[in-house]
Ligand binder design. Structure first.
Ligand SMILES: Nc1nc2c(ncn2[C@@H]2O[C@H](COP(=O)(O)OP(=O)(O)OP(=O)(O)O)[C@@H](O)[C@H]2O)c(=O)[nH]1
Ligand SMILES: [Mg+2]
Length: 432
């Protein structure tokens, strides 16, 4: 079903996961009140807005369930339309029966994300907030919950509004310049102010775009590579951290050949551990491939656990400034991966090395937003170059308009193509 149908029909869906004690069915659209009222004793049109009522859902003489009906009158509902939420007992039979009754009486089964899409189309939230709803539902730890909550509360939207203000100021200054372009002596009078403003916006966009790396790491797990010579105990450490026998451990050098990944949560943050093949010179083709993967894991990692054991020097690796290296000498009284000695202290070190975010930080977690920021930056760079090259204002305002349009894509302020909307909302669950 196309999630982009018109919004003059009435949709319904189960909003809760099946199998619980209760199941909530959502109904939204112009006929929501009439349809629900025809199945129970609540006159949705008449009752006070935003009230809850105890009633029975009936199919002719069959009492299907005793339930609670919450009535939300437009525009004070999640979707902005007349909406009803029916809290039933969570039986498959009851929920399917109520859904079929709703459909028989004129509702349409909602597509994934269609309630939130309506909320967006009815101006209850912008596009970045709508996306935050999906992130909030998917959040599994404190960090992702916090980022989704901040985005839902309009964090990104207000950041973009500030940028937009500055861009509009730049546009109006350029237009002013154009207005006076007949006056030879006035033309290009003071472009340094324009340039300064453009550079300010550029660093603002850059700052925001750069948070994506952190946002992505926090969302998918901070990549931690376990690296070292063969046999020092890398796989043993992975297993100890995960609390399960995930990787094969043996006293044979070169046991691990493929990179093994798994995530755990420490201190409300998800870490993605990557156990790798021990780095050494080898003629074994498969082991060589594994070592290549170790090197790739090293590139991706934010944190590197560089492991060794007594008598073996730490391997020499190249690291970047954004990577934290934690050195571990295994098989010593202070650290024994096999017996969990020193593991707690290591976990604390990992938590301390994770990127810090505060409630007020605006962090980009969505690839669509990141992509828009990168494109906006490219257009803005053309404006900056143009200003530096004393290009005429009318050429610059074209690029400037593009920056504004691209940034507006993030919040959906600009008319968003249907395919883009469809793509965003199809990743939602049904009922949201
Ligand atoms: N005594 C002691 N032995 C350990 C410790 N950690 C690992 N070992 C042993 O060291 C050997 C190698 O362990 P692995 O975890 O397979 O080492 P690895 O670094 O993954 O080795 P490769 O995959 O071959 O690179 C095994 O026999 C482990 O039992 C430890 O803390 N103390
Ligand atoms: Mg191993």
């Amino acid at each position: 079903m196309n999630a982009l149908n018109t919004i003059d029909d009435t949709i319904c869906a189960l909003a809760t996961a099946p199998g619980g004690a209760l199941g909530i069915i959502r109904v939204s659209g112009p006929k929501a009140f009439a349809i629900v009222s025809s199945l129970c004793s609540v006159c949705c049109d008449i009752v006070a807005a935003n009230t809850v009522h105890y009633t029975r859902i009936q199919d002719g003489s069959e009492i299907v369930d005793e339930c609670m009906v919450s009535v939300f009158r437009a525009p004070h509902s999640y979707t902005g339309e007349d909406s009803v939420e029916i809290s039933c007992h969570g039986s498959h039979y009851i929920l399917n029966k109520v859904l079929s009754l709703l459909i028989e009486n004129g509702c349409r089964q909602a597509a994934p994300g269609e309630f939130t899409q309506r909320a967006y189309l009815n101006g209850k939230m912008d596009l970045s907030q709508a996306e935050a709803v999906a992130d909030l539902i998917a959040s599994t730890n404190r960090a992702t919950h916090r980022m989704a909550m901040s985005q839902l509360r309009g964090g990104i939207s207000s950041e973009l509004a500030v940028m937009r203000e500055k861009l509009l100021k730049l546009t109006s200054l350029l237009e002013l310049e154009l207005d006076f372009s007949d006056h030879e002596d006035l033309e290009f009078a003071d472009r340094s102010e324009l340039l300064h403003l453009a550079q300010q916006i550029d660093s603002h966009i850059t700052r925001l775009a750069n948070t994506f790396q952190t946002g992505n790491a926090l969302k998918n797990g901070i990549p931690v590579a376990i690296v070292g010579a063969p046999n020092v105990g890398k796989s043993t450490l992975l297993n100890a951290l995960l609390g399960e026998e995930r990787a094969i451990v043996s006293n044979i050098q070169g046991t691990t050949r493929d990179a093994i990944e798994d995530t755990i949560q420490l201190g409300g943050i998800t870490f993605r551990f990557i156990d790798t093949a021990g780095i050494r010179h080898t003629d074994d083709q498969i082991e060589s491939l594994g070592i290549e993967r170790s090197k790739a894991a090293l590139q991706r990692a934010r944190i590197i656990l560089l492991m060794t054991e007594p008598g073996i020097p730490y391997p020499v690796i190249e690291t970047r400034s954004d990577q934290t290296v934690i050195r571990i000498e295994n098989k010593t009284p202070a650290f024994q991966a096999k017996y969990g000695v020193g593991l707690e202290a290591l976990k604390q070190q990992l938590i301390a090395a994770a990127p810090k975010t505060s409630d007020t930080d605006i962090i980009i977690t969505n690839a669509r937003h990141y992509d828009a920021l990168v494109r906006a930056k490219q257009s803005l760079h053309r404006v900056i170059e143009g200003l530096e090259m004393q290009m005429s204002g009318d050429l610059l305002s074209e690029d400037l308009r593009q920056v504004l349009d691209i940034l507006a894509e993030i919040t959906g302020g600009q008319i968003t193509p249907h395919e883009v909307l469809g793509n965003i909302f199809k990743h939602f669950c049904v009922g949201k």
